[in-house]
Design a protein around this ligand. Structure first.
Ligand code: CUA
Length: 334
């Protein structure tokens, strides 16, 4: 009989060691405390003929040593756990992005190439995968026991975590946060494939537009290009070369232009205003769904390698019409 689920990711062994250490340390202390308690209860019960005159004096040394030792042991476990937690949330730079949106009661998954799936996740073995996770309604929790990962999907936030699958196979995927009537049915499976099979799977999903291309279409549809586009006369920040760079803010400080920053800028444009720009951007809260936000973020991310006013930098996944025509953008470029 198998007690633990399969171990199929790069984090699994680390997580199991931590789990074993926690259970081991807690179990040892539990046995020690209860063992002594029961031993003394029995040995010194009323009417037992045991010698009671040999009481020790005050034993503060023992007390201090015992307290310090347990404190040190659990503090060590804390640092061990914190280190692992941080590593799981810091994806390596070469990780492939997969976007996950939780919704009552399904997981909607989108690959960077625009391939979509519901309640299943296909990933290649041996390659790091970065998940960007959010929810469209209530709090869900994306859990893959075989990978030893679990992360809440919270409305209004992007959570990132990553893993490298290490074993080809199919593993269950769950929602691990009670989220309504059909919470128990909200799940599916993760399919880990050989990279060549995975590529074939991706190709077999039909050649639709990539996430970034869909984002570009939305960028025009919602009128973003009216201000952020090259031809605009509005003094709005250029988005080429923005992603992943620090942005100086009005009133001091900087933020890194990551997924979260882009999303918040669309929904809560007044919260972090780029220094030197008037706060004229309207909020799109309530108008753009999470799926569409992910596409817009993917589009802006695809502009990361471009510089404002330079079309020759070569469009990546994006599309034909992306870069601004040369010339007009210099005055707004930072
Ligand atoms: Cu979604 Cu439980």
């Amino acid at each position: 009989m198998q007690i633990l689920p399969a171990t199929a990711s790069s984090h699994a062994a680390d997580m199991d060691w931590l789990f074993a250490a926690l259970v081991g340390t807690s179990g040892f202390i539990l046995l020690l405390v209860f063992g002594l308690m029961i031993t003394f209860c029995v040995r010194y019960r009323a009417n037992s003929k045991v010698e009671r005159g040999n009481r020790l004096g005050r034993t503060w040394r023992l007390e201090a040593a015992w307290t310090a030792a347990t404190f040190a042991a659990f503090l060590a476990l804390y640092f061990w756990g914190a280190d692992l937690y941080i590593r799981i949330h810091r994806p390596p730079p070469d990780a492939t992005d997969v976007y996950v949106v939780g919704k009552q009661w399904m997981w909607k998954i989108e690959h960077a190439g625009g391939q979509r799936e519901i309640d299943s996740l296909h990933v290649p073995v041996g390659r790091p995968v970065r998940l960007v996770l959010t929810s469209q309604d209530v709090i869900h929790d994306f859990a893959i026991p075989a990978f030893r990962i679990r992360q809440d999907a919270v409305p209004g936030r992007y959570e990132t975590l990553w893993f490298t699958p290490t074993e080809v196979g199919e593993y269950p995927l769950y929602c691990a946060e009670f989220c309504g009537t059909y919470h128990a049915r909200m799940g599916g499976s993760v399919v880990v494939m050989e990279p060549s099979d995975f590529q074939r799977w991706l190709d077999g999903q039909g050649a639709g537009p990539s996430l970034a291309q869909e984002g570009e279409a939305l960028f025009r549809q919602y009128g973003c290009s009216g201000c952020h586009g090259a031809a605009s006369t509005v003094h709005a920040p250029r988005l080429e070369g923005l992603f992943g760079r620090p942005v100086p803010l009005e009133g001091g400080g900087t933020v890194i232009a990551d997924d979260r920053y882009i999303r918040d800028s669309i929904l809560l444009p007044r919260s972090e205003i780029a220094a030197g720009y008037p706060p004229v951007m309207p909020s799109f809260a309530g108008q753009i769904g999470e799926d569409e936000l992910l596409k817009l973020v993917a589009y802006i991310k695809s502009l990361a390698d471009r510089t404002a006013g330079n079309t020759e930098a070569g469009p990546p996944a994006g599309g034909k019409q992306a870069g601004p025509p040369a010339g007009s953008a210099e005055k707004d470029a930072r």
